[in-house]
Design a protein around this ligand. Structure first.
Ligand code: PLP
Length: 380
Protein backbone atom coordinates (compact mmCIF):
# COMPACT_ATOMS: atom_id res chain seq x y z
CA UNK A 1 0.00 0.00 0.00
CA UNK A 2 1.30 3.47 -0.84
CA UNK A 3 1.93 6.00 1.95
CA UNK A 4 -0.17 8.70 0.30
CA UNK A 5 -3.79 8.06 -0.65
CA UNK A 6 -5.30 8.69 -4.09
CA UNK A 7 -8.11 11.09 -4.94
CA UNK A 8 -11.69 9.81 -5.36
CA UNK A 9 -11.62 10.73 -9.07
CA UNK A 10 -8.37 8.87 -9.64
CA UNK A 11 -9.69 5.78 -7.89
CA UNK A 12 -12.95 5.75 -9.83
CA UNK A 13 -11.06 6.25 -13.10
CA UNK A 14 -8.74 3.34 -12.31
CA UNK A 15 -11.63 1.11 -11.37
CA UNK A 16 -13.60 2.01 -14.49
CA UNK A 17 -10.73 0.65 -16.54
CA UNK A 18 -10.49 -2.50 -14.44
CA UNK A 19 -14.23 -3.10 -14.74
CA UNK A 20 -13.97 -3.05 -18.52
CA UNK A 21 -12.25 -6.44 -18.25
CA UNK A 22 -15.34 -7.97 -16.60
CA UNK A 23 -18.15 -9.48 -18.59
CA UNK A 24 -21.56 -7.96 -17.91
CA UNK A 25 -24.87 -9.76 -17.58
CA UNK A 26 -26.49 -7.08 -19.77
CA UNK A 27 -24.34 -8.12 -22.73
CA UNK A 28 -26.16 -11.47 -22.79
CA UNK A 29 -22.78 -13.18 -23.16
CA UNK A 30 -22.76 -14.83 -19.71
CA UNK A 31 -24.46 -18.11 -20.57
CA UNK A 32 -23.09 -20.39 -17.88
CA UNK A 33 -23.86 -18.62 -14.60
CA UNK A 34 -26.64 -19.13 -12.07
CA UNK A 35 -26.33 -15.52 -11.00
CA UNK A 36 -27.80 -12.53 -12.78
CA UNK A 37 -28.07 -8.77 -12.54
CA UNK A 38 -29.71 -7.96 -9.20
CA UNK A 39 -32.91 -5.95 -9.43
CA UNK A 40 -32.31 -2.14 -9.07
CA UNK A 41 -34.42 -1.92 -5.90
CA UNK A 42 -32.35 -4.69 -4.31
CA UNK A 43 -29.12 -2.84 -5.17
CA UNK A 44 -30.50 0.39 -3.71
CA UNK A 45 -31.56 -1.25 -0.44
CA UNK A 46 -28.27 -3.17 -0.22
CA UNK A 47 -26.35 0.14 -0.22
CA UNK A 48 -28.80 1.64 2.30
CA UNK A 49 -28.09 -1.19 4.81
CA UNK A 50 -24.38 -1.60 4.02
CA UNK A 51 -23.33 -0.82 7.62
CA UNK A 52 -25.53 -3.33 9.40
CA UNK A 53 -23.99 -6.44 10.94
CA UNK A 54 -26.21 -9.39 11.77
CA UNK A 55 -23.33 -10.99 13.63
CA UNK A 56 -24.22 -8.58 16.44
CA UNK A 57 -27.99 -8.41 15.96
CA UNK A 58 -28.80 -6.54 19.18
CA UNK A 59 -27.27 -3.46 17.55
CA UNK A 60 -29.34 -3.82 14.41
CA UNK A 61 -32.76 -4.84 15.66
CA UNK A 62 -34.54 -3.50 12.57
CA UNK A 63 -32.34 -5.48 10.18
CA UNK A 64 -32.72 -8.52 12.41
CA UNK A 65 -36.51 -8.24 12.04
CA UNK A 66 -36.05 -8.11 8.25
CA UNK A 67 -34.00 -11.32 8.35
CA UNK A 68 -36.72 -13.03 10.40
CA UNK A 69 -39.32 -11.83 7.93
CA UNK A 70 -37.28 -13.17 4.97
CA UNK A 71 -37.11 -16.58 6.69
CA UNK A 72 -40.88 -16.48 7.27
CA UNK A 73 -41.56 -15.59 3.62
CA UNK A 74 -39.20 -18.36 2.46
CA UNK A 75 -40.97 -20.77 4.83
CA UNK A 76 -44.35 -19.83 3.37
CA UNK A 77 -42.96 -20.42 -0.11
CA UNK A 78 -41.63 -23.83 0.97
CA UNK A 79 -44.79 -24.99 2.74
CA UNK A 80 -44.04 -24.22 6.40
CA UNK A 81 -44.17 -20.63 7.74
CA UNK A 82 -42.73 -21.82 11.08
CA UNK A 83 -39.28 -22.75 9.78
CA UNK A 84 -36.20 -21.23 11.43
CA UNK A 85 -32.99 -20.23 9.70
CA UNK A 86 -30.72 -17.51 8.44
CA UNK A 87 -29.77 -15.44 5.45
CA UNK A 88 -26.22 -16.58 4.69
CA UNK A 89 -23.60 -16.04 2.01
CA UNK A 90 -24.96 -18.58 -0.45
CA UNK A 91 -25.62 -22.22 -1.17
CA UNK A 92 -22.21 -23.40 0.01
CA UNK A 93 -22.60 -21.97 3.50
CA UNK A 94 -26.23 -23.11 3.67
CA UNK A 95 -25.29 -26.69 2.77
CA UNK A 96 -22.42 -26.60 5.26
CA UNK A 97 -24.82 -25.49 8.02
CA UNK A 98 -27.30 -28.23 7.12
CA UNK A 99 -24.62 -30.92 7.25
CA UNK A 100 -23.31 -29.50 10.53
CA UNK A 101 -26.78 -29.60 12.10
CA UNK A 102 -27.38 -33.16 10.85
CA UNK A 103 -24.05 -34.31 12.24
CA UNK A 104 -24.41 -32.55 15.60
CA UNK A 105 -27.96 -33.66 16.25
CA UNK A 106 -27.10 -37.32 15.64
CA UNK A 107 -23.76 -37.31 17.49
CA UNK A 108 -22.27 -40.42 15.87
CA UNK A 109 -18.60 -41.37 16.03
CA UNK A 110 -18.21 -42.13 12.31
CA UNK A 111 -20.83 -39.91 10.61
CA UNK A 112 -21.66 -40.44 6.93
CA UNK A 113 -23.71 -38.46 4.43
CA UNK A 114 -25.25 -39.75 1.21
CA UNK A 115 -25.37 -37.28 -1.68
CA UNK A 116 -26.32 -37.84 -5.32
CA UNK A 117 -23.45 -38.05 -7.80
CA UNK A 118 -24.92 -34.83 -9.24
CA UNK A 119 -24.53 -32.91 -5.95
CA UNK A 120 -22.78 -29.54 -5.91
CA UNK A 121 -19.13 -29.61 -4.81
CA UNK A 122 -20.07 -27.68 -1.67
CA UNK A 123 -20.92 -31.06 -0.08
CA UNK A 124 -17.31 -32.17 -0.61
CA UNK A 125 -16.18 -29.04 1.22
CA UNK A 126 -18.71 -29.71 4.00
CA UNK A 127 -17.59 -33.34 4.31
CA UNK A 128 -13.95 -32.31 4.58
CA UNK A 129 -14.54 -29.51 7.08
CA UNK A 130 -16.92 -31.56 9.24
CA UNK A 131 -15.02 -34.85 8.85
CA UNK A 132 -17.95 -36.67 7.33
CA UNK A 133 -17.60 -39.72 5.16
CA UNK A 134 -19.25 -38.73 1.87
CA UNK A 135 -20.96 -41.51 -0.09
CA UNK A 136 -22.13 -40.81 -3.62
CA UNK A 137 -25.41 -42.35 -4.77
CA UNK A 138 -25.64 -43.35 -8.43
CA UNK A 139 -27.94 -41.59 -10.86
CA UNK A 140 -30.62 -43.31 -12.91
CA UNK A 141 -30.68 -43.15 -16.71
CA UNK A 142 -32.60 -39.86 -16.39
CA UNK A 143 -29.68 -38.33 -14.39
CA UNK A 144 -31.81 -38.12 -11.23
CA UNK A 145 -30.68 -39.87 -8.07
CA UNK A 146 -31.43 -43.59 -7.99
CA UNK A 147 -33.43 -44.38 -4.82
CA UNK A 148 -32.21 -47.98 -4.72
CA UNK A 149 -28.62 -46.77 -4.73
CA UNK A 150 -29.39 -44.43 -1.82
CA UNK A 151 -31.02 -47.33 0.05
CA UNK A 152 -27.96 -49.52 -0.50
CA UNK A 153 -25.61 -46.86 0.90
CA UNK A 154 -27.73 -46.29 4.02
CA UNK A 155 -26.09 -47.51 7.24
CA UNK A 156 -26.27 -47.01 10.98
CA UNK A 157 -23.66 -44.23 10.49
CA UNK A 158 -25.80 -42.19 8.09
CA UNK A 159 -26.51 -38.73 9.54
CA UNK A 160 -28.08 -37.19 6.41
CA UNK A 161 -29.35 -37.91 2.94
CA UNK A 162 -29.29 -35.09 0.38
CA UNK A 163 -31.67 -34.57 -2.53
CA UNK A 164 -31.27 -31.86 -5.16
CA UNK A 165 -34.10 -29.68 -6.41
CA UNK A 166 -32.43 -28.23 -9.47
CA UNK A 167 -29.07 -29.89 -10.10
CA UNK A 168 -26.18 -27.58 -10.84
CA UNK A 169 -25.24 -29.13 -14.15
CA UNK A 170 -28.56 -30.17 -15.70
CA UNK A 171 -31.22 -28.37 -13.64
CA UNK A 172 -33.05 -31.60 -12.79
CA UNK A 173 -35.18 -32.27 -9.71
CA UNK A 174 -34.45 -35.49 -7.81
CA UNK A 175 -37.40 -37.69 -6.71
CA UNK A 176 -37.72 -35.85 -3.39
CA UNK A 177 -41.10 -37.45 -2.39
CA UNK A 178 -39.45 -40.90 -2.55
CA UNK A 179 -36.39 -39.68 -0.64
CA UNK A 180 -38.74 -38.16 1.94
CA UNK A 181 -40.58 -41.47 2.41
CA UNK A 182 -37.29 -43.32 2.78
CA UNK A 183 -36.00 -40.83 5.35
CA UNK A 184 -39.27 -40.92 7.30
CA UNK A 185 -39.18 -44.73 7.38
CA UNK A 186 -35.53 -44.85 8.42
CA UNK A 187 -35.59 -41.84 10.76
CA UNK A 188 -32.85 -40.09 8.77
CA UNK A 189 -32.32 -36.35 8.25
CA UNK A 190 -33.22 -35.24 4.70
CA UNK A 191 -31.65 -32.08 3.35
CA UNK A 192 -32.92 -30.65 0.07
CA UNK A 193 -30.48 -28.51 -1.86
CA UNK A 194 -32.80 -26.13 -3.69
CA UNK A 195 -30.13 -23.44 -4.08
CA UNK A 196 -31.15 -23.12 -7.72
CA UNK A 197 -34.68 -24.51 -7.79
CA UNK A 198 -36.01 -22.85 -4.64
CA UNK A 199 -36.80 -19.59 -6.39
CA UNK A 200 -38.03 -21.37 -9.53
CA UNK A 201 -40.05 -24.49 -8.72
CA UNK A 202 -42.72 -22.94 -6.43
CA UNK A 203 -43.51 -20.34 -9.07
CA UNK A 204 -43.53 -22.82 -11.96
CA UNK A 205 -45.90 -25.00 -9.92
CA UNK A 206 -48.16 -22.01 -9.37
CA UNK A 207 -48.02 -21.36 -13.13
CA UNK A 208 -49.29 -24.90 -13.76
CA UNK A 209 -46.05 -26.84 -14.36
CA UNK A 210 -46.21 -30.43 -13.16
CA UNK A 211 -43.31 -30.76 -10.69
CA UNK A 212 -43.62 -32.92 -7.56
CA UNK A 213 -43.30 -31.38 -4.09
CA UNK A 214 -39.71 -30.90 -2.94
CA UNK A 215 -40.07 -28.94 0.30
CA UNK A 216 -41.56 -28.95 3.82
CA UNK A 217 -44.89 -30.14 2.39
CA UNK A 218 -43.13 -33.51 2.53
CA UNK A 219 -42.90 -34.75 6.11
CA UNK A 220 -39.43 -36.27 5.71
CA UNK A 221 -37.74 -32.99 4.70
CA UNK A 222 -35.67 -31.54 7.56
CA UNK A 223 -33.89 -28.59 5.94
CA UNK A 224 -33.73 -26.71 2.65
CA UNK A 225 -31.09 -24.52 1.00
CA UNK A 226 -32.51 -21.78 -1.22
CA UNK A 227 -30.50 -18.96 -2.81
CA UNK A 228 -32.03 -15.53 -3.37
CA UNK A 229 -28.82 -14.52 -5.23
CA UNK A 230 -29.70 -16.91 -8.05
CA UNK A 231 -33.24 -16.60 -9.52
CA UNK A 232 -34.37 -14.48 -6.53
CA UNK A 233 -32.74 -11.41 -8.15
CA UNK A 234 -31.01 -10.44 -4.89
CA UNK A 235 -27.42 -9.15 -4.85
CA UNK A 236 -24.53 -11.50 -3.99
CA UNK A 237 -24.16 -12.63 -1.21
CA UNK A 238 -27.58 -13.98 -0.36
CA UNK A 239 -28.40 -17.60 0.40
CA UNK A 240 -30.85 -19.02 2.91
CA UNK A 241 -30.83 -22.09 5.10
CA UNK A 242 -34.12 -23.09 6.70
CA UNK A 243 -34.80 -25.89 9.19
CA UNK A 244 -38.04 -27.55 10.26
CA UNK A 245 -37.35 -26.91 13.96
CA UNK A 246 -35.28 -24.76 16.31
CA UNK A 247 -33.42 -27.77 17.69
CA UNK A 248 -31.34 -27.94 14.50
CA UNK A 249 -30.07 -24.37 14.95
CA UNK A 250 -29.56 -25.01 18.66
CA UNK A 251 -27.50 -28.11 17.89
CA UNK A 252 -24.75 -25.88 16.48
CA UNK A 253 -25.11 -22.83 18.67
CA UNK A 254 -21.91 -21.44 20.17
CA UNK A 255 -21.59 -18.99 23.06
CA UNK A 256 -20.65 -15.46 22.01
CA UNK A 257 -19.82 -13.74 25.31
CA UNK A 258 -18.97 -10.19 24.22
CA UNK A 259 -21.81 -9.65 21.73
CA UNK A 260 -25.37 -8.39 22.15
CA UNK A 261 -26.69 -11.93 21.75
CA UNK A 262 -25.09 -14.73 23.70
CA UNK A 263 -25.54 -17.60 21.23
CA UNK A 264 -24.79 -17.89 17.51
CA UNK A 265 -25.50 -20.76 15.11
CA UNK A 266 -24.12 -19.30 11.89
CA UNK A 267 -20.65 -20.18 10.62
CA UNK A 268 -19.84 -16.59 9.71
CA UNK A 269 -19.52 -14.14 12.63
CA UNK A 270 -19.74 -10.60 11.31
CA UNK A 271 -22.24 -10.92 8.50
CA UNK A 272 -23.98 -8.59 6.11
CA UNK A 273 -27.36 -7.22 7.12
CA UNK A 274 -27.50 -5.65 3.66
CA UNK A 275 -28.09 -9.11 2.18
CA UNK A 276 -31.12 -9.68 4.41
CA UNK A 277 -32.53 -6.20 3.76
CA UNK A 278 -32.04 -6.40 -0.01
CA UNK A 279 -33.59 -9.88 -0.11
CA UNK A 280 -36.55 -8.66 1.94
CA UNK A 281 -36.99 -5.72 -0.45
CA UNK A 282 -36.88 -7.76 -3.65
CA UNK A 283 -39.26 -10.42 -2.31
CA UNK A 284 -41.75 -7.75 -1.22
CA UNK A 285 -41.33 -5.88 -4.52
CA UNK A 286 -41.76 -8.87 -6.81
CA UNK A 287 -44.47 -10.74 -4.96
CA UNK A 288 -45.27 -14.25 -6.20
CA UNK A 289 -46.82 -12.71 -9.31
CA UNK A 290 -43.51 -11.01 -10.25
CA UNK A 291 -41.46 -14.17 -9.80
CA UNK A 292 -44.01 -16.23 -11.75
CA UNK A 293 -43.51 -13.82 -14.66
CA UNK A 294 -39.70 -14.05 -14.40
CA UNK A 295 -39.53 -17.86 -14.27
CA UNK A 296 -42.11 -18.28 -17.05
CA UNK A 297 -40.05 -15.95 -19.27
CA UNK A 298 -36.85 -17.87 -18.49
CA UNK A 299 -38.54 -21.18 -19.30
CA UNK A 300 -39.82 -19.73 -22.59
CA UNK A 301 -36.24 -18.85 -23.62
CA UNK A 302 -35.04 -22.24 -22.34
CA UNK A 303 -37.53 -24.09 -24.56
CA UNK A 304 -36.72 -21.79 -27.49
CA UNK A 305 -33.00 -22.65 -27.19
CA UNK A 306 -33.74 -26.37 -26.82
CA UNK A 307 -35.93 -26.33 -29.96
CA UNK A 308 -33.36 -24.38 -31.98
CA UNK A 309 -30.53 -26.72 -30.94
CA UNK A 310 -32.50 -29.81 -31.98
CA UNK A 311 -33.54 -28.19 -35.25
CA UNK A 312 -29.85 -27.54 -36.05
CA UNK A 313 -28.78 -31.14 -35.32
CA UNK A 314 -27.37 -30.81 -31.79
CA UNK A 315 -28.16 -33.46 -29.18
CA UNK A 316 -29.71 -32.49 -25.86
CA UNK A 317 -28.50 -34.47 -22.84
CA UNK A 318 -32.05 -34.37 -21.52
CA UNK A 319 -35.21 -32.33 -22.01
CA UNK A 320 -34.83 -29.29 -19.72
CA UNK A 321 -36.89 -29.39 -16.53
CA UNK A 322 -35.74 -26.02 -15.16
CA UNK A 323 -33.75 -23.29 -16.92
CA UNK A 324 -30.65 -25.27 -17.98
CA UNK A 325 -29.93 -26.76 -21.39
CA UNK A 326 -26.99 -29.16 -21.83
CA UNK A 327 -26.11 -30.27 -25.35
CA UNK A 328 -23.47 -31.81 -27.55
CA UNK A 329 -22.39 -31.39 -31.14
CA UNK A 330 -22.10 -34.54 -33.27
CA UNK A 331 -18.85 -33.10 -34.70
CA UNK A 332 -16.88 -31.67 -31.79
CA UNK A 333 -16.21 -32.45 -28.10
CA UNK A 334 -17.73 -29.95 -25.67
CA UNK A 335 -14.39 -28.43 -24.57
CA UNK A 336 -13.46 -27.60 -28.18
CA UNK A 337 -16.90 -26.18 -28.86
CA UNK A 338 -16.83 -24.07 -25.68
CA UNK A 339 -13.39 -22.79 -26.71
CA UNK A 340 -14.63 -21.79 -30.18
CA UNK A 341 -17.66 -20.09 -28.64
CA UNK A 342 -15.33 -18.28 -26.24
CA UNK A 343 -13.38 -16.88 -29.20
CA UNK A 344 -16.65 -15.38 -30.42
CA UNK A 345 -17.29 -13.84 -26.99
CA UNK A 346 -19.75 -16.37 -25.54
CA UNK A 347 -19.06 -17.63 -22.05
CA UNK A 348 -20.64 -21.08 -21.73
CA UNK A 349 -19.79 -23.70 -19.15
CA UNK A 350 -19.21 -27.44 -19.43
CA UNK A 351 -20.96 -30.09 -17.40
CA UNK A 352 -18.92 -33.00 -16.06
CA UNK A 353 -21.58 -35.70 -16.02
CA UNK A 354 -22.19 -36.22 -18.80
CA UNK A 355 -19.71 -33.90 -20.53
CA UNK A 356 -21.73 -31.33 -22.48
CA UNK A 357 -21.96 -27.62 -23.19
CA UNK A 358 -24.17 -26.20 -20.45
CA UNK A 359 -26.28 -23.07 -20.77
CA UNK A 360 -28.14 -21.49 -17.86
CA UNK A 361 -31.01 -19.31 -19.01
CA UNK A 362 -31.09 -16.59 -16.37
CA UNK A 363 -33.27 -13.48 -16.72
CA UNK A 364 -30.47 -11.49 -18.39
CA UNK A 365 -30.63 -13.81 -21.43
CA UNK A 366 -33.13 -12.56 -24.01
CA UNK A 367 -34.40 -14.09 -27.25
CA UNK A 368 -32.12 -11.87 -29.37
CA UNK A 369 -29.06 -13.16 -27.46
CA UNK A 370 -30.04 -16.76 -28.20
CA UNK A 371 -30.64 -15.93 -31.87
CA UNK A 372 -27.15 -14.38 -32.12
CA UNK A 373 -25.68 -17.33 -30.19
CA UNK A 374 -27.31 -19.87 -32.55
CA UNK A 375 -25.95 -18.01 -35.56
CA UNK A 376 -22.37 -18.23 -34.20
CA UNK A 377 -22.85 -21.82 -33.02
CA UNK A 378 -24.05 -23.08 -36.39
CA UNK A 379 -21.21 -21.22 -38.14
CA UNK A 380 -18.67 -22.97 -35.89
C1 PLP B 1 -27.45 -26.91 -6.38
C2 PLP B 1 -26.42 -25.97 -5.84
N1 PLP B 1 -26.13 -25.97 -4.53
C3 PLP B 1 -25.23 -25.14 -4.00
C4 PLP B 1 -24.56 -24.24 -4.77
C5 PLP B 1 -23.53 -23.33 -4.15
O1 PLP B 1 -24.01 -22.03 -4.11
P1 PLP B 1 -23.03 -20.79 -3.89
O2 PLP B 1 -22.14 -20.73 -5.10
O3 PLP B 1 -23.99 -19.65 -3.78
O4 PLP B 1 -22.28 -21.02 -2.65
C6 PLP B 1 -24.83 -24.17 -6.14
C7 PLP B 1 -24.13 -23.21 -6.98
O5 PLP B 1 -24.20 -23.19 -8.16
C8 PLP B 1 -25.78 -25.07 -6.69
O6 PLP B 1 -26.05 -25.08 -7.99
Amino acid sequence: MDFKGLSRDKILKLLKKVKEEDLTYDSGRILGSMCTSPHPIAKEVFCEFIESNLGDPGLFKGTRALENDVIKMIGELLGDPNVVGHVVTGGTEANLMAMRAARNIKGLVKPEIIVPKSAHFSFKKAAEILRLNLKEAALGPDYRVDIDSVGELLSSNTVAIVGIAGTTELGLVDPIPELSRLCEDEGVYLHVDAALGGFIIPFLKEAGYDIPDFDFRLKGVTSVTIDPHKMGLAPIPSGCIVFRGREYLDSMSIETPYLTEKQQSTIVGTRSGASAAATWAIMKYMGREGYIRVVKDSMKITHFLARELKRCGFELVTEPQLNIVAFNSPDMPPEALAHQLGLKGWSVSISSYPPAVRIVLMPHIKKEHIEAFMEDLTRI
